[in-house]
Structure formats: structure tokens, C-alpha cells
Ligand binder design. Sequence first.
Ligand code: ADE
Length: 417
Amino acid sequence: MSYKVKDIKLAAQGSLRIQWAENEMPVLKIIKEEFKKAQPFENVNIAACLHVTKETAVLMKVLQAGGARVSLCGSNPLSTQDDVAAALAKEGMDVFAIKGVSNKEYYECLNKALDIKPNITIDDGADLISLIHNERREVLKTVWGGQEETTTGVIRLKAMAKDGALKYPVVAVNDTPTKHMFDNYYGTGQSTIDAILRATNILLAGKKVAVAGYGYCGSGAALRARGLGAHVIVTEVDPVRALKAVMDGFYVATMQEAAKLGDVFITATGDKDVITKKHMALMKDRAILCNTGHFNVEINVDDLKKMAKARKSFNENVEEYVLPSGRRIYLLSEGRLVNLAAAEGHPSSVMDMSFADQALTAAFIAKNYKKLSPGVLNVPEEIDVKVAKLKLQSMGAKIDILTPEQKKYLSSWQEGT
Ligand code: ADE
């Protein structure tokens, strides 16, 4: 057993926070009991590169209960909750994660996590898979399959598969409905606004909030910003998504136009250079910029640094940049994913579903890996249905069941007008 955490003395506080999350994660609780009996991961090593949060801790314990030996590293330099990492290390788990690590230390942690010779990898952003394919190719001998948690990671993996570079099967957990329809929409929506408020405590009512990207994440953030009384502007490159935003009642504009109007900017596109110097030059005094996409490429922070004639930190998550015009721009959490850097990430209750998908997918890989081929695969539908049913049950919601006549009607074509 080994670990690299900030301070092992934070373990007691971390354990309490993990308990708090557990109470909000009833689906994982049921799966844990099933795994305890069935032991799907007997002699299985799992390396996970995830945001080290209290919710991730609950997932790791579920995998352990199923017999797995697990190792965990962070999936972003700023998202680790140091008390949670300490609690897991104290319990004997291999954990390599510290909030605020440099890029070099970040990759040292990933490399350590791979030392257990994983049979299954779990990624959030595909960094572990990239590392295995670029530098740690010996892992390809032991690995059976992988899983990917986020949209950005799935995009990277599909690019790898297209190039014929992906050497093992990876299940795109992000793409299953019980993940992206809830985690990306309600989770990102709430946690992004939570982070902006924790960092700045500004009043959103009456502010102009520009949201870049109207996918599941951006539309969730737009919905919640509007809920607090903001006037929301949406920027998009996809005509269908832009149209949806218009019909959802948002003002749709180019970033060039939004730059002049916004008080707060939230990027949620997954692409680079969404906000660059040409936009920053147009912004109002005291505009706030933040990113909720996976990588810190959406706001061109280098542009901001080069333009600024002075800089000052207001707190851990708010950096002021003074432009030559005298106008000030506030950048939150260095342009890294604000919801995990300045807040606690998505609420446990929604991570319950995403991580139930992850846990059941890991069991699926352990059972079926011999039948799977390299490439990007979908989560089996039974897993999605099971997670939805368990979540509904935990929320006390009952649903109707099709009668035999209704089922027959849906599978026939003879009955018409
Ligand atoms: N991604 C977004 N929110 C998260 C959380 N609370 N835990 C782990 N990964 C996350």
C-alpha cells in the first residue's frame, strides 16, 4: 500500500464528508450490497483517474467491497479534496492526489496509480488512457478494458479509435442517458453556479450571464443562472443547439457581441479559444470569467496574462487582471473547471447515478472482457434501466407498466387511423 496525499491528519474530516455523501447515494448503497455477495472483482485491479471528491470515495469503496484492489489518482490538478484523499489513504487505499499539484506532479500521480497493473481503467478526461498508450505501454498487457466519465474524454477516445490508435475496449459511460441527462445538466448547472457564488458571492439577479455552449452542461448552467434572476446570453456554433436556446427563451449572440454585454462568462463547450484577447478587449470593467469544461483551454489565459499590466489575488479562486485600459477582469480558478476547484463538484445525489453506471460497467467489463474488441463502446442498456429504476425507487416515485396490448401495439404496424 502506498499513498501521496497533502496531510494524512485530514483523514477524520474526510471520513465524515464521505459518510455525508454515502447518505445521499442510495443506488450505490444497493449496488455495494450486491457486490459484497457476488464479488465481481475478485483478483481484479482497477486504476481510477477521477476527481478525488467525497462521491468518488464512495465509488472506490463500492469497487473494493466487490473484491477489487483499487488505486486512485486525481483527474485535474485543482479538483482534489485533500481531506477525502487522506481518509482513503488512512483506510489503506493506494491514493495519489493533492490539490494544486504542478503538471509534472500530476503525471507522477497518474504513473503511480498505474503501478498496480490495472485490468480495468476508469478515466475522467482520458488522461490515464493517453498515458498508457503514449508511455506506459506495458499496461496494455494486463488491461482488459476501460471506462470514460466525461464528454471531453469520449471525444478524445473517438479520435484515438478513428486513428486506429485505441488498443483496448473503452465504455463511454458519459454517453449513457442516466449519466449525461442528469450529471451534465443538473449537476453542472447547480455546481457551476454554486462555485461562482462561493468564489465571489455576487448577486446574480439582474446580471448578464453569458454561457458559451448549449450542450447538456451549458444548458444546465443557463437554466440555473436564469433561475437566480440573471439575463442569460447563450453563444453557440451548432445551429440546432442555438435554435433550442432561442426557443428556450435565451438571447443568442456571437461571443463578439456577448463580450460587450456580459457581467459573468461561463464556458462549457469542450473546445479551445472560446474567449480570447479579442473578446477580453471588449469586456466591461469587472467582468468575471470562468470555465466549467474539462480542460483549461476554453478561456485563453495566456492572452489574459499577456494583456494585463497588473495582477492581484482576491482569494484562492479569484484573480484580478488589470488591462491597459484600466478595466479589470476577474478570472476564477485559473480557468480550470470552476465547479470542482471553487466548490465541491456535483451534488452526491446526481453522482449516485453516474457512479452507479461506472460500478455496474466495471462489473460488466470484468465479466465480458474476453468478448469485447478495442474501440469505444456503449453502456449496455440494462445498466441504464437498472440505475434509473433504483433511483426512482429511492425517490419514492412509481411508474406505470405497459399492458400486453400496449406492448403489442408498439411493436406492430397494422393499426392506424
Ligand atoms: N465531476 C463533477 N462533480 C463530481 C463529483 N462530485 N465527484 C466526482 N466527479 C465529479
